[in-house]
Design a protein around this ligand. Structure first.
Ligand SMILES: Nc1ncnc2c1ncn2[C@@H]1O[C@H](COP(=O)(O)OP(=O)(O)OP(=O)(O)O)[C@@H](O)[C@H]1O
Length: 318
């Protein structure tokens, strides 16, 4: 059965006993590249494992390329999967491991060796592929996992935290390989809890938390959500009381506290639901009143705040 959709989830719930992995999840995705974002325990791995048929839904239906994934070898030949866990045979070489998995896909041994070599080179492992996996760094293992995921020439690549353990150079190289993959017209679903890791790859994001799809959209739309959800900001200033009074007048802060920090630093700690507007108005407020600000930063530097806020919106609390 063919479908115009890459993925169709219809009211999917996955329970682990009484623990909810994915909760009443529905979505339809057309072929393309998507970033699956969510904090730890959000349900990303559960979702990916449902897509590759490793897990079956407790309720609801999952279709990938129009087919049920469970025990579907034909469908798996079109999907490359890179799990979040290690799962590599330490005593074999990277080249042998990728060759072996290709042979499991039905590729003839000689062709498998050649293709495995090609893929190891593609992920920057040409010089190390003949060494045992046990001697690989975390980043090298990640690359080897990617090589095995693309070796059988799938059309959909599903990656669970592929940047984990990579240094900046490794990240840049992995990004380049994946960008090329997308440019070739292939589809990609990549799970991460760090937005900037995947914004270089795609402009389409799915935000999940608590096993639910909380929001989806482009990076600009996600940024807008970030701007309009409650956030905390610290401003180190020479005249904190004056700044606090000015901020109160703008009505952009929902709460303000002045903190004495080590080394004589005076900090205005504020909460706002309009971080974007506040950051736009702040320079004029500072310059116009002769204040000196030595440092400004968001106290909640991760997406966790956004997810918490979205979750509260979802529950009708905000
Ligand atoms: N095998 C399991 N048995 C019981 N609970 C599980 C199991 N796997 C996942 N869970 C639970 O399901 C929920 C979703 O977990 P999941 O691993 O899918 O999240 P995640 O977004 O991938 O998290 P992380 O980023 O930490 O890998 C969590 O509450 C987790 O504790």
């Amino acid at each position: 059965m063919s479908s115009e959709y890459l993925i169709e989830l219809n009211k999917v719930t996955k329970l682990y006993g009484t623990v909810i992995g994915v909760n009443d999840f529905s979505m339809q995705l057309k072929p393309g590249a998507y970033g699956l974002l969510g904090p730890n325990g959000a349900g990303k791995s559960t979702l990916l494992n449902l897509l590759i048929g490793q897990l079956v839904p407790t309720r609801g239906t999952v279709r990938v390329l129009g087919q049920k994934p469970r025990n579907n070898a034909k469908l798996m030949s079109k999907i490359g999967f890179c799990p979040g866990f290690e799962g590599l045979y330490a005593s074999t070489t990277g080249h042998d491991w990728v060759t072996f998995l290709l042979e499991l896909h039905g590729t003839a041994p000689a062709v498998a060796r050649e293709r495995a070599e090609e893929c190891m080179a593609l992920v920057g492992m040409a010089a190390d592929m003949a060494r045992p996996i046990a001697s690989y760094s975390r980043g090298m293992r990640q690359r080897t996992k990617l090589a095995q995921a693309i070796a059988h020439e799938p059309t959909l690549l599903i990656l669970d935290e592929p940047f984990s353990g990579l240094d900046p150079i490794g990240r840049a190289e992995m990004t380049a390989v994946l960008r090329e993959w997308i440019k070739m017209g292939n589809s990609l679903i990549i799970a991460s809890h760090v937005l900037h890791e995947i914004e270089a790859l795609t402009d389409s994001f799915l935000l999940i938390c608590g096993g639910r799809l909380l929001a989806s959209g482009t990076a600009a739309e996600v940024n807008e959500l970030l701007f309009d959800t409650p956030s905390e900001i610290d401003i180190d200033c020479d005249q904190p009381h004056e700044l606090a009074a000015l901020l109160m007048k703008t009505e952009l802060a929902t709460s303000i506290a002045i903190q004495q920090r080590p080394h004589g630093v005076q900090r205005v700690h504020l909460q706002t639901v309009s971080a974007g507007k506040l950051c736009t108005e702040l320079p004029e407020l500072i310059a116009g009143n002769g204040l000196t600000v030595t440092r400004l930063h968001s106290a909640d530097n991760s997406l966790q705040t956004l997810f918490n806020s979205l979750l509260r919106i979802h529950r009708g609390e905000l």
